[in-house]
Ligand binder design. Structure first.
Ligand SMILES: Nc1nc2c(c(=O)[nH]1)N[C@H]1C(S)=C(S)[C@@H](COP(=O)(O)O)O[C@H]1N2
Ligand SMILES: [Mo]
Length: 443
């Protein structure tokens, strides 16, 4: 593991290319030099990513040498982000790529594709050809083994669009003490997009699901960070009842566009309300299992919580860990940015998003006195189940000084967020403590 300062440091494009131009190509554009060519030109898939970052299709791209910085980017001394991604994303790790969205960049009804967080466990596939991409369904509880091309999926099944919030199970991990290993996510490993695809259940029913089916598992086309061929990166899944929900999608589109490469292009699963690790990217296979799926990161301590609460720092045996299913209720203040200053006597507008898994959020309240009193926010209704709901309020402060604005969501069953970090657990999952931002009121 890298040291924290290193992890948080963003490096500029010049530095990146100075260190190792070929590696820079690989990191920024997905892959670079064609192994079968001695000429050192970049390959097509990398150029697609590059064109995205340049904001225009690179004409004569076939002549552009590998390991060279496009002049359209080279003039910038700004820290350089990830291909197709907003430069403001915070890169927590670059091998594999993990980047979170700062709270103030989540200030949209639907998270734009370039702002959506990235959590990769391995290396995204290269040389993706959507014309030949296939999805295969098989497994002990499948009535047959059946494959579909992307075109067949699109032609054969009804298309559906849902606003689905996906949040990494480890979002908020940074606040646990003693610290948990893994990406030190703060608040931004979450996003809500309009996902379009076909219902997983329509495809499963087309294949035929045996009555003994209990789980589905996914296989994606990313490769292990060690480079070991055939080594599975991650293969998680959901109980069959979750798979059969109407909002459970096999999606090819995000907010009306192709899914970005880093978010699973050309095909992924999307399960709102469950840990985002269930939403398999670069999807090529679905297994219909007659037992709880036992793929990579389904077993041991991965994406599991102690079945009963444990004291901080405790060692918990694998058999006492339970698989995380629905994510807890949570909210984030997306405007203003923490640390904002306003003049005394002025009202401060705040905005944010709140989500809970299945149930609607019924109320969001804010506090400026560390939770002593709470005041209601205006709350939008949700577009559909698993969509987040936007909230807003106008705050008046009694005098100048330092304040914190805390936000707290409550569902229609009265379940709310804790003000402090909830139950410590070995891997640092499910921190849904109230988000807070700092505000200075000046004369
Ligand atoms: N094939 C594959 N699918 C994957 C992953 C991965 O590394 N490989 N990461 C999972 C995890 S842990 C999360 S949190 C989400 C992140 O989705 P995003 O990168 O689109 O935000 O993808 C999930 N699906
Ligand atoms: Mo995750």
């Amino acid at each position: 593991m890298k040291r924290k300062e290193e992890e948080e440091k963003k490096i500029g494009i010049h530095e990146l290319y100075a260190q190792d131009p070929e590696q820079a190509d690989e990191l920024l554009w997905g892959r670079s030099t064609t192994p079968d060519s001695r000429r050192g030109f970049i390959r097509k898939s990398a150029l697609t990513a590059m064109s995205l970052a340049l904001g225009a299709r690179m004409v004569f791209a076939e002549n552009f040498p590998a390991g060279m910085i496009p002049a359209g980017l080279a003039h910038s001394d700004e820290p350089f982000g990830l291909p197709g991604k907003h430069p403001g994303l915070i890169i927590l790790n670059d091998k594999p790529i993990n980047a979170e969205t700062p709270a103030e960049l989540l200030d949209d009804d639907l998270t734009p594709n370039d702002r959506f967080f990235v959590r990769n466990n391995g290396t995204p596939p290269t040389d993706i050809n959507p014309a030949t991409w296939t999805l295969t369904i098989e497994g002990e509880s499948a009535q047959q083994r059946k494959s579909y091309t992307l075109a067949e999926l699109k032609a054969k099944f009804e298309h559906h669009t849902y606003h689905l919030t996906i949040e990494c199970g480890g979002n908020g991990r940074k606040e646990f003490n003693p610290p948990a290993k893994g990406n030190q996510w703060t608040v931004g490993a979450v996003g809500c997009a309009a996902w379009t695809g076909v219902r997983l259940r329509d495809v499963l029913n087309d294949v035929g699901v045996k009555s003994n089916a209990v789980y589905v598992g996914y296989i994606g086309e990313d490769t292990h960070i060690s480079g070991t061929p055939g080594k599975v990166v991650i293969s998680r899944g959901v109980p069959i009842d979750k798979a059969m929900e109407e909002e459970s999608l096999i999606a090819w589109s995000m907010n009306g566009q192709d899914i970005p490469l880093l978010n699973g292009y050309p095909l992924r699963l999307v399960f709102g309300g469950y840990p985002a690790s269930c939403s398999g990217k670069w999807l090529s296979k679905i297994l219909i299992r007659n037992k709880v799926h036992d793929g990579e990161k389904m077993t041991g301590q991965s994406y599991r919580m102690p079945c009963k609460p444990v004291p901080p720092g405790a060692k918990v045996a694998d058999e006492d860990m339970c698989i995380i299913e629905s994510m807890p209720i949570k909210s984030v203040v997306t405007y203003p940015k923490s640390g904002a200053t306003i003049k005394r006597g002025q009202q401060l507008p705040i905005r944010g998003s709140a989500w809970s898994a299945e149930r609607p959020v019924a109320e969001v309240a804010y506090s400026i006195d560390f939770g002593a009193t709470w005041h209601p926010c205006t709350l939008a209704t949700r577009a559909n189940r698993y969509a987040w709901q936007r909230f807003s309020a106008k705050i008046t402060f009694p005098q100048d000084g330092y304040y914190e604005v805390w936000a707290k969501a409550t569902d229609d069953n009265g379940v709310s967020q804790p003000m402090l970090v909830p139950g410590w657990n070995p891997r640092g999952y499910l921190n849904n403590a109230c988000h807070r931002i700092a505000i200075k009121v000046v004369v």
